[in-house]
Design a protein around this ligand. Sequence first.
Ligand code: NAP
Length: 280
Amino acid sequence: MFKEAVLKDQVVVITGGGTGLGKEIAKICAEHGARIAICSRKPEHLEAGRAAIEAAGGEVLTGLVDVREPARIRTFTGEIMERFGRIDVLVNNAAGNFIYPAEKLPLRGWKSVIDIVLNGAFYCSQIMGDRMIRQQQGQILNIVATYAWTGGPGTIHSASAKAGVLAMTRTLAVEWARYGIRVNAIAPGPFDTPGASSRLWPTEEMQQAVAGEIPLKRFASTEEVARAALYLLSPYADYITGECLTIDGGGWLGKGIGHAVDHLDKFVELREASKKARLK
Ligand code: NAP
């Protein structure tokens, strides 16, 4: 994306970095000179991530970490420090999600998603942020979603957690600016990953219906979303902090009465018919 190695020698940690968007961000950061650490719960995901990062020419450390467990995050942070000596970037990407009506949502489902998305992002930010504070330099990038501010019918657990992470982004951007730490977020609309498609649009028909709601009429590719992440992590965004960059093909703006754009001819027809009726 950039001609220069904009992340040369930077140490980038990505939670959930072995699959989907996390893996794509890991790859693009490696291609731009970064050394990478990824963590998640499943060894097969970490191995897939390792292979992709190494194929992109990057050096990688993997760690079996459940972000709900601060003790394990602390151990992994120690392993990163031992291997690379510093932490320049933390990407809070790990998440879980599924669709369920709020009134029937099992409390363990609510707790699990809040624990992974909101608590996990805070634990990682506090523990790895401590290294950045000592370095007087660093960056945190949080992956949220547009329903952090629109609300997310059918995914109240994830929407509530992402809203919390967005508030955390803005709060830490101000509190930690004095340590030279920038904190930003990206808010993608839907993009197709095995994790998302199996839980959020399990049929072709559902996927098309979701895409049909987006003004650009398609999902983002994971690469498009990863490029936005790289931009915020690059020196070209050095003066940006506390910001949330939306990459959703106009999706959230298209909500509300935005659906009218798909039926403009019909609206004109109805208006003309009512005018004629009034003149009679
Ligand atoms: P994904 O492939 O399912 O990625 C989720 C990752 O999180 C997996 O690598 C998973 O690895 C890891 N993870 C889950 N629970 C964990 C835990 N307790 N501890 C550590 N790691 C954990 O999903 P994706 O579609 O790429 O989503 C990536 C990010 O984008 C998420 O933050 C998601 O909310 C956000 N997002 C996605 C979409 C979309 O349409 N796809 C839209 C908006 C925002 P393990 O299973 O190995 O733990």
